[in-house]
Design a protein. Structure first.
Length: 87
């Protein structure tokens, strides 16, 4: 059975221990926190995954800690716009 799980990330680089099969579904500001939602089926096996937030106009490194970055989502916290990437 699949479920949706919610995780909080910070504006500093964040490492989350997620189920290995977790698939990104959405990002949003919830209260004062940036949250990511993942669809999960097997919660028993986990892996560490890194996430980064960059503001509009900020430089995004081609690689971050030796890894490539994948764009996930854009969120708005007026007057700012933020862009979430996964290592």
């Amino acid at each position: 059975m699949k479920t949706i799980w919610k995780y909080e990330i910070g504006f500093e680089p964040t490492t989350l221990r997620l189920p290995t099969d977790a698939e990104f579904r959405s990002a949003a500001v919830h209260g004062n926190s940036v949250m990511l939602w993942f669809e999960v089926e097997d919660e028993n096996r986990t892996t560490d995954r890194g996430f980064h937030i960059f503001g509009t106009g900020q430089e995004i490194p081609e690689t971050y800690p030796g890894r490539s970055m994948t764009y996930l989502a854009t969120i708005h916290t007026p007057p700012f716009v933020w862009h979430i990437f996964e290592e």
